[in-house]
Design a protein around this ligand. Structure first.
Ligand SMILES: NC(=O)C1=CN([C@@H]2O[C@H](COP(=O)(O)OP(=O)(O)OC[C@H]3O[C@@H](n4cnc5c(N)ncnc54)[C@H](OP(=O)(O)O)[C@@H]3O)[C@@H](O)[C@H]2O)[C@@H](O)CC1
Ligand SMILES: Nc1ncnc2c1ncn2[C@@H]1O[C@H](COP(=O)(O)OP(=O)(O)O)[C@@H](O)[C@H]1O
Ligand SMILES: [K+]
Length: 568
């Protein structure tokens, strides 16, 4: 897993390192600048021995300071360097000022303006205007220049632009653009830089919202802060300035480092003791986890819609079976029984006409997980089924209770009925896409869509956490940046961006398969948060393994190969 830091956490980490006396801010800035130069040569190896020209746009804070370091280092390698500053050099913070003065010994600094920048073309452009310290919308020359770089005048810089820490104007906590008019990025919000170089850790904003589209490729450079990323009070630490405990250093089981863990704003790690437990439950998908008979692998019940609407539940059921539930039963209304019977083989079938029939079926305590919603309908029958499902809290050792996945129509039903919403419990998982999320949590969704007037802005992470807390259960908020949160605040991002980009996963029915994957893992005894994050991860893995041309049916069929490759 990779921890994603907020700007506040990053500053804390830096403060802890500096207060220890073992490193100075100036050294950190030098390492950051060196990291950018390294990343440039990794991206363009031919330039290592063939100096080019570069324009470096420096802002009024330490992001600008990094820019001056890059200017000095590239100049030292024979590059032709143009430096443009936005702001008063006298007001630069101390380390940035020192690097400004070091640069001035080598070359001139022009005042930043679109006109000055357009006076000559450069091979590369470096955006060192704003990073984690962005507090308000871009304005003046900074806004003009960024909108020019974003293509306002029809020029395309996206193959030549490198951002230090973040595209300027992007909030690194939320991936949102600060400003009511998308600031400089109004032209094409998904195309800006070739490369973004972050330090120590990625920030959440690199993975959610507009972040991935604007960053291009993301490279994270180590600047030697790892000693302050474990619980080790620094020698000179003042009360209240203890470094965060940021990781246990271990990637466990199938998620490996790519699954992104997020630590909440201003939380000490003591608050997030939630950790994967080595050996459990990942091993339960592999050889070690198989019991004596199918019921020891869990029994999932998936409710189907009526005639002509059974496809969604069949997809979910297939997903639940493939991911390892021992038994999967489709509960169908009598009108759809023949339709379903003709389509399924390994799945079991039960007639479930109404809520009382469901209650009777759920008397079977071996049913360890339930899924409602795909194709179910939003009529009175559906509503009664959701109520019956939420009332029947089975208990079957070693499980703590029966888990319930509420997807699609079930989400619409609970959004329309406060009493149903109030029945949600800690073994439920809600899996809304953006539209369903807005129906369920309109006030929270409004905060997310309202213009971000200042930084750090309200994010999809904040929204999912707030929703999970209100619902009292795990919420998996779908999208290319799927965010999963528990009421405790534990939060993960399963990102389908950068190397994991799989836009073809947005295909009809893929959400139904995801609901089935989650249900299957719950049936096997995964805790809700673990089931949701593992399923989301495997869902993207299946899409990547299959590639373009994928339709929802392919996802469950690709899963065995994905599991085999993971050596589960
Ligand atoms: N932390 C670390 O470990 C390390 C950090 N490093 C680097 O430092 C960067 C963070 O530096 P930073 O905190 O100085 O913030 P930065 O992004 O330069 O901007 C802040 C300045 O901009 C101003 N300002 C804000 N918004 C504005 C606007 N719209 N328009 C105009 N002004 C605006 C704001 O002013 P204020 O809000 O106070 O008025 C302040 O003056 C980080 O991204 C990384 O590159 C590395 O050296 C390695 C170690
Ligand atoms: N651009 C994208 N890249 C990768 N995955 C995506 C993208 N857009 C949506 N998804 C995923 O596709 C699935 C769509 O689910 P959903 O919206 O419920 O559709 P459906 O109801 O048709 O199944 C979700 O898992 C979502 O996270
Ligand atoms: K920047």
């Amino acid at each position: 897993m990779t921890e994603l830091l907020t700007a506040a956490q990053m500053r804390s980490l830096e403060t802890a390192a500096i207060e220890s006396g073992e490193v100075t801010g100036l050294e950190l800035m030098e390492r950051a600048g060196r990291g950018v130069v390294e990343a440039v040569f990794e991206e363009w190896p031919a330039y290592r021995n063939a100096p080019q020209s570069v324009a470096i746009l420096c802002g009024p804070g330490n992001n600008g300071g990094d820019g001056f370091v890059v200017a000095r280092l590239l100049y030292g390698k024979g590059w032709q360097v143009g430096v443009f500053l936005c702001g008063d050099p006298e007001k630069l913070p101390p380390d940035a000022k020192t690097n400004y003065e070091l640069w001035v010994a080598d070359g001139p600094v022009a005042e930043l303006s679109e006109k000055a920048l357009r006076a000559m073309p450069y091979t590369l452009y470096i955006d060192a205007l704003f990073g984690t310290g962005l507090t308000r919308p871009l304005e003046g020359a900074a806004k003009d220049v960024i909108s020019h770089m974003a293509g306002r005048n029809g020029d395309d810089f996206s193959d030549a632009l490198i951002c230090i820490d973040a595209p300027s104007g992007l909030c690194t906590d939320s991936g949102r653009i600060v400003g009511s008019d998308s600031s400089g990025f109004a032209n094409d919000i998904n195309r800006f830089a070739k490369l973004t170089v972050a330090f120590d850790s990625p920030k959440a904003g690199h993975f959610i919202g507009h972040g991935p589209g604007l960053c291009g490729k993301l490279v994270v450079k180590d600047i030697g802060l790892q000693n302050w990323r474990c619980f080790q009070p620094s020698k000179n630490a003042k009360p209240g300035s203890r470094p965060f405990v940021l990781r246990d250093g271990k990637a466990v089981g199938i998620l490996r480092p790519q699954m992104l863990e997020l630590i909440g704003p201003d939380r000490l790690v003591d608050d997030i003791r939630y950790r994967y437990q080595p050996g459990w439950p990942w091993d339960s998908l592999g050889k070690a986890g198989w019991g004596n008979h199918k019921y020891s692998h869990g029994h999932a019940l998936i409710l189907s819609g009526g005639a002509g609407k059974t496809g969604a539940a069949r997809l979910a059921a297939r997903g639940a079976l493939r991911i390892g539930a021992g038994v999967v039963t489709l509960g169908v209304p009598p009108v759809a029984q023949m339709e379903v019977a003709g389509q399924i083989t390994a799945l079991m079938l039960r007639r479930i006409e109404d809520a009382s029939a469901l209650t009777a079926v759920l008397a079977d305590k071996r049913i360890t997980a339930l899924c409602l919603g795909p194709g179910m309908g939003i009529d009175q029958r559906g509503e009664a089924l959701v109520k019956a499902a939420l009332e029947a809290r089975g208990f079957h050792p070693p499980y703590e209770g029966r888990s319930v996945v509420l997807d699609a129509d079930a989400l619409t039903l609970i959004s329309q009925d406060e009493a149903l919403f109030g029945m949600l419990h800690e073994r439920c998982i809600l899996t809304p896409h953006a539209g369903e999320f807005a129906r369920l949590f309109p006030d929270i969704a409004a905060k997310l869509t309202a213009p971000a007037v200042s930084g750090p802005a309200y994010s999809k992470v904040d929204a999912t956490r707030e929703a999970a807390k209100r619902a009292g259960c795990v919420v998996l908020f779908k999208g290319p940046d799927t965010v999963i949160a528990a009421p405790s605040g534990a939060c993960r991002i399963s990102s389908a961006h950068y190397a994991r980009a799989a836009p073809w996963l947005a295909t009809a029915g893929s959400g139904d398969v995801l609901a089935g994957f989650i249900t299957g893992l719950l049936a096997r005894g995964f805790a809700p948060m673990q089931a949701a994050e593992t399923a989301a991860w495997l869902h993207v893995d299946c899409a990547l393994a299959f590639g373009p041309g994928l339709i929802a049916e392919d996802l469950p069929e690709t899963l065995p190969a994905v599991l085999r490759a993971l050596e589960v």
